[in-house]
Write a protein that binds this ligand. Structure first.
Ligand code: AN0
Ligand code: CP
Length: 348
């Protein structure tokens, strides 16, 4: 039997390969199994086209999710992800169940082989397939714990959901990536850019507590998938995993990096490298994005995923300036989530 993707004939002793057009391209739908990284979204141009189509008419696919249930599982706090993903599900006519693991659920053991005589009455390996019984799609928020780099970077929790829930799973910020955020960031840059190939600078900024690398890793991964001029700047010691840095330019001098920038994307993250994994190495407020930093840019737009600590990461003046697009950026979370949920439902 011919496969859907290709078939071959033997003709005059030449092999002629005829590649059948995959049925998906005809329907212009992309069936996603899971959504955890930029590769899962496939072609960025068609993902953006779909985002703008949905932004024009966000209830266009309201019939698609009828009698389908989204379950959102939060191991960590959230404002935007919770609200925007729920709104996205409502746009698609879905039902929504939300569970905060730390508020009302049994405390979950996550390690195999543990003698469960402590304070955790339930194991994740039972909890996950049970959750899968009550829904069609599962979103998971599970931050890096900073106890063990390998554990975090292997995405143990997220992968257990993929393996044991029996449902499509999407990341609502996992240990190493925050793809719904990065997709919303990309949509926002596309809306505001004035040149085909804008200069986008991601700058580290100080914060009192160690924050995950998920947002900067993910932003870098998505920016590297575009043809933008992408620069990363941070103090020495804050190098990110080279897998995410890719071909981005890394510049240790923040002011030099910011020269001529069209977009400034601020984010704090804890150290990644060596024994410093998960540590705060600097709280140097010289790195806070202030008027002085913005002055060397090309009248750049200021972006941040939020929540943001004012006068640590960004000054009041900059975040309140007309160049600050943090609110439209957050608004686009509804759009990125609608595209992702639509595609996951189409894959059911
Ligand atoms: C989280 C982080 O930096 O990953 C969530 C950002 C969307 N931020 C905090 O924990 C403050
Ligand atoms: N940007 C973002 O993911 O925000 P929340 O942590 O509030 O969901």
């Amino acid at each position: 039997m011919q496969t859907e993707s290709s078939c071959k004939f033997i003709c005059n002793s030449h092999l002629i390969f005829i590649f059948a057009v995959h049925i998906d391209t005809l329907k212009r739908t992309v069936n996603m199994k899971n959504f955890t990284c930029v590769q899962d979204i496939g072609n960025l141009k068609s993902a953006l086209d779909e985002a703008f189509e949905i932004k024009k008419d966000r209830f266009k696919y309201v019939e698609l999710g009828r009698n389908k249930t989204l379950m959102m599982i939060f191991f960590n706090s959230s404002l935007r992800t919770r609200l925007s993903t729920q709104k996205a599900a409502l746009n698609l006519g879905m039902n929504v169940i939300v569970l905060d693991i730390n508020q009302g659920a049994w405390k979950l053991e996550t390690e195999r082989g543990v003698i469960m005589d402590g304070d955790k009455p339930e194991h994740l390996l039972e909890a996950i397939p049970v959750m899968g019984c009550y829904c069609d799609v599962i979103g998971v928020r599970s931050f890096a714990r900073f106890e063990n780099k390998e554990y975090d970077y292997n995405e143990v929790i997220l992968n257990q959901f993929i393996q044991y829930s029996g449902r499509p799973v999407f990341s609502m910020e996992a240990a190493t990536r925050h793809p719904l955020q990065s997709f919303a960031d990309l949509i926002t840059i596309e809306e505001y850019k004035k040149t085909a190939r804008p200069k986008v600078v991601m700058t580290w900024a100080p914060h009192p507590r160690p924050l995950p690398q998920a947002v900067p890793n993910s932003f870098a991964e998505w920016m590297n998938a575009t043809d933008y001029d992408f620069v990363i700047t941070h103090p020495e010691g804050y190098e990110l995993d080279p897998k995410f840095v890719g071909n981005a330019r890394v510049e240790y001098d923040q002011m030099k990096a910011l020269e001529g920038a069209d977009f400034v994307y601020a984010k704090s993250w804890a150290a990644y490298t060596g024994d410093n994994y998960g540590q705060v190495l600097s709280k140097d407020r010289a790195w806070t994005v202030d008027k002085q930093q913005m002055a060397v840019t090309n009248n750049a737009y200021f972006m941040h995923c939020l929540p943001v600590r004012r006068n640590m990461i960004v000054s009041d003046d900059v975040i309140e300036s007309p160049q600050s697009i943090v609110i439209p950026e957050a608004a686009n979370r509804e759009i990125s989530a609608t595209v992702v949920l639509k595609r996951l439902i189409e894959g059911l």
